[in-house]
Design a protein around this ligand. Structure first.
Ligand code: SF4
Length: 272
């Protein structure tokens, strides 16, 4: 008997490249369930783009879809190019916090400002996981990493808040310990236009859990227990806890609609 999500997955690649207990499989599951709920029987109307990092392996090789694996931090501009050439496709970027908010942070901000019509799924495992667990832009203050063994001395970047402030139509953050909420956010994002950003805090047993002496299940519980709903969050009181929920949900014209409005409605195209 086939798995209900068989049509979306390349089962021949399993077991996948992730470490045992990694949260990336939970993100993959939530994404595929959201796509199925949105009414897509297969992935023919999708193009996935990813850069470098563990999370970049979520769409390729796992999804039975067209996907592009590009340079570190460059998934977003590539995805915008795909979307402008093929506006009929759902273009989805999947990447880690180092790829999306660190190396590609400038692209993230300007894609949100342009309200570019793509979905970005940022899997935040709190560090640069694939390259050894170095401190990253979203590493919580005080968390020990391979490059900050006495704890991260810096404040983390709140990527969902940055994206919302820059002009995105949708920004939300959940953890892999909130699988239904995460699926719901992805489903909402898929149903909208403009720039849509869903951050999934995820456990990295290999690079973070080992250092904190947390087994994967303990790590998963910690993500949930350390989360606080956005409406209840008082930054001063919650300190470095993870705020979860919708940062913005609006319907400004996306980049595709904005550019279509520039085309001449009739008569000669002045561009020749
Ligand atoms: S290094 Fe961390 S994020 Fe990467 S596959 Fe292993 S557990 Fe997952």
């Amino acid at each position: 008997m086939n798995h209900p999500l068989h049509a979306y997955l390349r089962e021949e690649v399993l077991p996948g490249p992730f470490c045992p207990g990694c949260g990336n499989g939970l993100v993959l599951g939530a994404l595929v369930r959201a796509i199925a709920r949105a009414g897509h029987a297969d992935l023919r109307k999708f193009a996935f783009v990813s850069g470098i990092g563990c999370a970049a392996w979520i769409p390729s090789p796992h999804l039975r879809a067209d996907s592009l694996h590009v340079a570190h931090g460059r998934a977003i501009p590539t995805a915008i190019g795909v979307k402008l050439r093929r506006p009929d496709l759902n273009v989805v970027v999947v990447g880690g916090d180092g790829d999306i908010a660190g190396i590609g942070g400038n692209h993230l901000v300007h894609a949100a400002r342009r309200n570019a019509d793509i979905v970005v799924v940022m899997v935040n495992n709190l560090v640069y996981g694939m390259t050894g667990g170095q401190v990253g832009p979203t590493t919580p203050h005080g968390l020990p990493t391979s490059t900050t063994p006495y704890g991260n001395p810096e404040a983390p970047m709140d990527a969902a808040a940055v994206v919302a402030a820059a002009g995105a139509n949708y920004a939300a953050r959940w953890t892999v310990a909130h699988p239904r909420r995460l699926e719901e956010a992805l489903h909402t994002a898929l149903g909208k236009t403009g720039f849509r950003f869903v951050e999934a805090l995820s456990q990295c047993p290999a690079r973070v859990g080992g250092r904190l002496k947390m087994e994967p299940a303990v790590f998963l519980n910690w993500l949930k227990e350390w989360s606080v709903p956005l409406g209840e969050a008082d930054r001063d009181a919650t300190g470095d806890r993870f705020t979860v929920g919708e940062y913005t949900n609006r319907d400004r014209p996306g980049l595709v609609e904005t550019l279509a409005g520039l085309r001449p409605k009739g008569g000669r195209d002045e561009r020749g």
